[in-house]
Design a protein around this ligand. Structure first.
Ligand code: SF4
Length: 334
């Protein structure tokens, strides 16, 4: 697929290999990591937990193009940027078009950042497009066009945070890292600590728990990371966990505690209608479709509230997603 294909991408679904020492249990391992504020209640040997989840993944993993053995590290990186806040179904067509047009980081780096914003389409949170473009430029200029395989080097790329660095190192290169996205955090909150939902922001206790649960062998750890993520995406979903289909049903701490309701602070909703985000989306859609400079009047037509519209446009300019060309004329960044 890509010129910089170097390593089989996402670890193929596989049964557990090289589990930690005999007799190790989740409770013991997590307690050893001293998370006084995490209360692991899953009385299941660690190697049984690993085997259970990895076997489930082997049988149930979705067939996704960034998980194929010939998917390049760049293909994995693009998917991780897109999937952070957008479901697989919406990502798939954009990812495919993106990889056809820009099969390597150098292909993307050679184009203006506005083209990345245009191609991002309606995936939402379009600053991710700019960050991905920035990462492509850095990979091209400083790393010979090859996505780095080292977590710390990945972390040094513009727009690459802890999650993305761990995910790319793990899924593209089979490295052993804690990969904590919302799906993984929810599975661990329920199955291990017995809470319906995790805290709003990742805590040190969660990270210690996830570290204690990580298989020792690199490739197994990489598969474990994606397997737990898949379990959260397909079974242990936010609003309607399908516990009857879950491989952890009998050991899940939240189940065993009688599914106690969430008692933490109010969870953020996903309101979109009427928000500045919606206005930004409408303004950006005009610019994406224009392929040229756009006069203010065309932007004014998409939203009736002038104050909110101006605020949204100012935000897009401040974020580098829109460039003012001259008074009252705008375009995507070049
Ligand atoms: S049993 Fe239900 S709550 Fe527990 S991990 Fe499985 S799906 Fe999630």
């Amino acid at each position: 697929m890509a010129a910089n294909t170097v390593t089989p991408a996402l670890p193929a679904p596989a049964p557990a290999t090289a589990p930690p020492g005999p007799g190790a249990s989740v409770a013991a391992s997590v307690a050893a990591a001293a998370p006084a504020d995490a209360t692991p209640k899953l009385g299941l040997p660690l190697r049984v937990l690993h085997a259970t989840v990895l076997d489930w993944y082997a049988a149930n993993a979705r067939d996704l193009p960034w998980r194929t053995p010939d998917a390049s590290p760049w293909a994995v990186m693009v998917s991780e940027f897109m999937l952070q806040q957008t479901p697989v179904k919406r990502v798939l067509p954009v990812w495919e078009t993106w990889m056809e047009r820009w099969p390597t980081p150098a292909d993307l780096a050679a184009e203006a950042p506005g083209e990345a914003v245009r191609m991002w389409g309606r995936l939402g949170y379009p600053r991710r497009a700019l960050r991905l473009h920035g990462a492509a430029v850095a990979i091209t200029e400083k790393h010979g066009g090859e996505v780095p395989d080292d977590h710390a080097v990945l972390l040094s790329l513009p727009g690459v945070g802890e999650y993305t660095a761990a995910a790319v190192a793990s899924f593209a290169f089979g490295r052993r890292h804690v990969v904590l996205d919302t799906n993984v955090r929810r599975v661990f909150a329920r199955a291990v600590t017995g809470a319906e939902y995790p805290a709003q922001a990742t805590t040190a206790a969660e990270r210690r728990t996830a570290t204690a649960l990580l298989p020792a062998a690199e490739r197994t750890a990489a598969t474990w990371a994606v397997a737990v993520m898949e379990l959260g995406a397909l079974v242990c979903t936010a609003r309607g966990p399908e516990c009857g289909d879950c491989p952890l049903f009998t050991s899940c701490a939240w189940q065993r505690a009688g599914r106690p309701p969430y008692e933490g602070p109010a969870r953020r909703g996903q309101t979109y209608e009427g928000t500045d985000r919606q206005v930004r989306g409408k303004l950006l859609a005009v610019l994406r479709e224009a392929h040229d400079e756009v006069p203010q009047a065309r932007l004014d037509a998409v939203w009736p509230d002038a104050v909110q519209r101006a605020r949204a446009l100012d935000g897009l300019v401040a974020d580098g997603l829109v460039e003012p060309v001259e008074q009252g004329v705008y375009r995507l960044p070049r």
